[in-house]
Design a protein around this ligand. Structure first.
Ligand SMILES: C[S@@+](CC[C@H](N)C(=O)[O-])C[C@H]1O[C@@H](n2cnc3c(N)ncnc32)[C@H](O)[C@@H]1O
Length: 232
């Protein structure tokens, strides 16, 4: 375990109806700097351990033969979107992010890798609650929906996201998928209730839980992906 003291420098801060969003730089003495995103004081993500944000995209992309149109729920620091854009089969990547300030920081270079990612012509950013965006989207329009908007149903940063993991919102996600399409959801914890809700919406035995091992600031952790497909 790395025990060097950490320095923090606040890079940006914004307030919205959901509370306070802070972007800060974290630096271990003599070590490389990492960006950290926090919401209402809770750690959301950093730029050091992003393997599972990427795996959310790569695992789901591997399930679908023609992932032409993809929805990414939760921009964060852009790693899931980046992995989606690395796939040449993708023609459209709609990113739905509820925090307007975060989109601004990605666009104006406050987050240095942001402008390059958002310049990709296939990206379309929507500032909205992804539950609302999915409910309002045209049916059978997308091949993949990737959701990483919170820590999963067991440990929410925003209590209002609880509904996103329930059959009604999962049904809205299913409705926007074409036959053969897939929904993939990132979760910090094993979530049997989420698997059951996916089975309710997609059909018994549809939900698959994939464990993802990570090393987080010296600690071994296991995160989860929950995946379900619309039958062809
Ligand atoms: C853990 S981060 C996503 C990380 C992202 N997968 C990446 O690779 O950087 C969660 C993001 O979802 C956003 N978010 C939270 N609730 C949301 C909602 N209901 N609709 C859309 N975005 C939401 C947060 O503001 C945050 O940017």
């Amino acid at each position: 375990m790395d025990t060097r003291p950490l320095d923090y420098v606040e890079i940006a801060r914004a307030e919205s109806e959901r509370g306070v969003l802070v972007l800060r730089e974290r630096r271990a003495a003599g070590g490389p700097a990492a960006l950290e995103l926090r919401a209402n004081g809770a750690f959301v993500m950093d730029t050091v351990e992003v393997s599972t944000e990427r795996a959310l995209a790569s695992a789901a992309l591997a399930l679908v033969e023609h992932p032409r149109a993809v929805v990414v729920g939760g921009l964060g620091l852009g790693f899931t979107m980046h992995e989606v854009l690395a796939d040449p089969r993708v023609e459209l990547c709609v990113v739905v992010e509820v925090e307007e300030a975060l989109v601004g920081w990605m666009r104006d270079g406050t987050i240095r890798h942001g402008p390059g990612l958002l310049a990709d012509q296939r990206v379309h950013v929507v500032i909205a609650d992804v539950a609302v965006a999915l409910a309002e989207a045209r049916p059978a329009t997308y091949d993949l929906v990737l959701l990483d908007v919170d820590n999963g149903p067991g440990y929410l940063v925003h209590e209002s996201n609880v509904a996103l993991y329930e059959p009604s919102a999962l049904g809205a996600a299913r409705a926007v998928l074409r036959p053969g399409g897939a929904l993939a959801i990132w979760s910090a914890d094993e979530a049997p209730d989420l698997a059951a809700a996916l089975d309710t919406v997609f059909g018994a035995g549809s939900a698959e839980a994939l464990p993802l091992e990570v090393l987080l600031q010296g600690r071994e952790e296991r995160y989860w992906l929950y995946v379900a497909r619309v039958r062809d």
